[in-house]
Write a protein that binds this ligand. Sequence first.
Ligand code: NAD
Ligand code: TYD
Length: 352
Amino acid sequence: MMKKTLLITGGAGFIGSHVVRLFVNKYPDYHIVNLDKLTYAGNLANLKDVEDKPNYEFVKADIVDSEAMLNLFQQRQFDAVIHLAAESHVDRSISNPTEFVFANVIGTVNLLNAARAAWKDHSEGKLFYHISTDEVYGSLGEEGLFTETTGYDPHSPYSASKASSDHFVRAYHDTFGLPALVSNCSNNYGSFQFPEKLIPLFINNIRNNKALPVYGKGENIRDWLWVEDHARAIDVIFHQGKVGETYNIGGHNEWTNIDLIKLMCAIMDRKLGREAGTSEKLISYVKDRAGHDLRYAIDSTKLQKELGWVPSLQFEEGLEKTIDWYLENEAWLHGVTSGDYQKYYEEQYQKR
Ligand code: NAD
Ligand code: TYD
């Protein structure tokens, strides 16, 4: 195994922490630098089990700070970047779109500029790997799947900012020859996800007997992938993906929100010793999300055929594991939901 210094941005977030953990444990010869601003969504408690490993280092920094990014890349000889840092929650992007332009668009361009400057005369073997979402493709009707050639059609400020960042990454590859590649993944679920996204929010609310705010009729469809399978896909693409290419990652696992929520309620009734049907009574239909995409579903044939990746877990098993994790890690949940979280929750849901 070659020695490498690898920058992972957003490593204190949900997916980033799983990627950092996988790389730190699997590649002791890689020096992993985790750069994170530690926004409300970034939590070093997500990485307690790797923080003392000799090949791991944390740098607190903001990717929107262009000088800091240029300096960091000049000081450190990064061989590769896996870029996950972003504002990631659609509802927050509706309340505050500009924040998403700064973090997701300007932040990405700052990293591209820093990599380009640092790798100017010796970019061979380097890699800028940009992590993106299937939401850039917009919304599907009842039929069809997103492939790597589906046209971009974002509807939320979040997906518009991610689409823009994807375009910049490809433009830097095409214009400046920056060795870059992109992957677009479907909805992730699993441990360490901040409880503003559907699955951890609803687990938390069911446990606390709080209302379950279902947007619209609950008929929207998402394609759910276990976060550790996403991290495994990132590992495979990082090592075997072709520069300049795009890879779609997905679970072939479509659920309407309401069916998923009912399944979660049934599992939680069993785990909490409640009578069957108790938690479903918490379901409360609320005003729909503005611009709410109907359906996302990924065709990951390219990744499966070319690089041999397949999801490892069946959804029901993954969901059970995830619910167990949140039930067993109340202290983590308490830590991340203290402070500003209460204010966010009131503002987000009182107006619905
Ligand atoms: P997250 O919100 O849990 O984590 C984002 C991390 O980025 C946090 O640790 C945060 O502190 C950090 N960050 C935010 N702004 C920053 C800045 N200006 N400078 C430095 N760090 C900053 O998000 P996530 O769900 O782990 O998503 C990670 C990436 O994967 C994002 O790029 C997202 O678009 C993409 N993605 C997410 C999903 C999903 O289902 N969650 C699916 C596909 C793609
Ligand atoms: P979310 O986890 O925010 O992911 P995304 O919008 O990026 O797909 O939401 C998943 C689905 O659940 C989406 O269709 C919106 C819906 N949803 C609710 O019905 N209620 C909620 O409180 C939240 C957060 C989401």
